[in-house]
Design a protein. Sequence first.
Length: 95
Amino acid sequence: MAIHSRDLLSLPVETKSGRPLGKVVGFFMDPMGHKITAYEVGHGLFTKAVDHLISEQQVLSISSAKMVVEDATLKSALGGRAPVSSLRKTKLQGV
């Protein structure tokens, strides 16, 4: 199943246990590998505020209805593991 970029942007994101994190407001792509490497999650497309940065390895599923991610921790796109709350306002550097 393919998801168009306009549908991916604004897709609701929640943890495995059902905790809502917001909506996809952006993403980072690896031009060499032709794949998404991280998702920016926030509360609106117009504010551009990023609350969470979610590595693609932490995504459990994506459907046309929602994205489901790991519960307790998210892998930071900068490396290492961090609690969901500590990823607030994190920016990718060098991407």
